[in-house]
Design a protein around this ligand. Structure first.
Ligand code: SF4
Ligand code: SF4
Length: 330
């Protein structure tokens, strides 16, 4: 999957509304070097609302959809058996295609011994490219009613770039769409909020990242100092707690006006610069620091550890971590 020289950081969350796009946009605006933001939330991309990019190119994304040659078809049904998506079914003994359900996987034509299936391209979405100031911008957008979400995400991610950093704004949840956005990234930044639902969905997202073998760290949005459930979770799961962004009504107000928080809230830029230091330190340690269980924090380099006093505190246990963490980005 990886086609670019730089590092890819996928910003994801177990559910919508956690501030994922706010974090992705803020990381893009404070990146230490050339940066590209790829909005892979293709059913509802909204990073553009905060970056106001100038779109320079629009590339269609298509998938190969089967067409049945009735003269060759012997109604054996193998194609319908091969389709896992219900996009090709037998009706009254004859195969019928439902194009909007088709994922373009090609399994049906592979099994047709009669060669009765021809594939034709069907446009399911677009990938748009442009710039927003110093930020290179890419966004995928799937057509209404289409279901080939992973295909559009992959097309957006596959756009080549010379940027040092690529920030991927992933779709919410832990579905195959999220998997397509996070797969192959150097790191996943999982954004959550300190609520029971937030923790539940975070746990699912962490599990997905682990299965993909992508190291992950956590950013808590709308953090309140008295709520320590995410800190406790990080200690239990041995996962990097990268940052805690305080609950601030002004952030919601900026969001509702389409303003990015980095330029709108005092001190926010510094918080994200600090977050980048944590990310860079973690990545310097080969990124092998959070997933696959075990005390993998120990694999971060000494330099990285010096920059992240938090990590040392996490190693010493829950109570120590609780006492040492400030209620803000560290
Ligand atoms: S596999 Fe080929 S021959 Fe068999 S039903 Fe499908 S299209 Fe017809
Ligand atoms: S290409 Fe794949 S998803 Fe589409 S009809 Fe054939 S088997 Fe089903």
């Amino acid at each position: 999957m990886k086609r670019n020289e730089g590092m890819t950081i996928a910003v994801a969350s177990g559910k919508g509304g956690t501030g994922k796009t706010t974090v992705a946009v803020s990381l893009a605006l404070t990146a230490p070097g050339t940066v590209r933001l790829v909005d892979c939330d293709v059913e509802e991309p909204n990073a553009h609302l905060f970056l106001n990019p100038v779109i320079q190119r629009t590339n269609p994304v298509s998938i190969p959809v089967p067409e049945i040659n009735r003269e060759e078809c012997r109604s054996c049904g193998r194609c319908a058996e091969a389709c896992r998506f219900g996009a090709l079914v037998l009706l009254r003994g004859r195969p019928h295609v439902f194009p909007s359900l088709c994922k373009g996987c090609g399994a049906c034509s592979d099994v047709c011994a009669r060669g009765a299936i021809k594939e034709t391209d069907r446009t399911v979405g677009v990938v748009e490219e442009g710039t927003a100031g110093a930020v290179a911008f890419v966004q995928g957008r799937i057509n209404v009613g289409e279901t080939a979400t992973p295909r559009v995400i992959r097309a957006a991610r596959e756009m080549t770039s010379s940027a040092r950093w690529t920030i991927v704004d992933s779709p919410p949840g832990a579905s195959c769409a999220m998997t397509a956005a996070v797969r192959g990234a150097d790191m996943a930044v999982l954004v959550t909020e300190p609520t029971p639902f937030g923790l539940h969905d975070l746990d699912i997202a962490v599990d997905s990242a682990r299965k993909l073998g992508v190291p992950c760290g956590i950013v808590v949005n709308r953090h309140t100092p008295e709520d320590l459930r995410i800190r406790d979770y990080c200690v239990r799961q041995n996962i990097l707690l990268l940052a805690e962004i305080p609950d601030d009504r002004r952030a919601a107000e900026a969001y509702s006006r389409g303003k990015n928080v980095v330029d709108s809230l005092p001190g926010m830029k510094e918080r994200f610069v600090a977050l980048w230091k944590s990310l860079s330190a973690a990545l310097k340690g080969n990124g092998d620091f959070s997933c696959e269980g075990g005390n993998s924090l120990a694999q971060i380099s000494d330099d990285a550890l010096n920059e992240r006093t938090l990590l040392g505190k996490i190693r010493t246990g829950v109570s120590s971590a609780r006492n040492s963490l400030p209620g803000s980005v560290t």
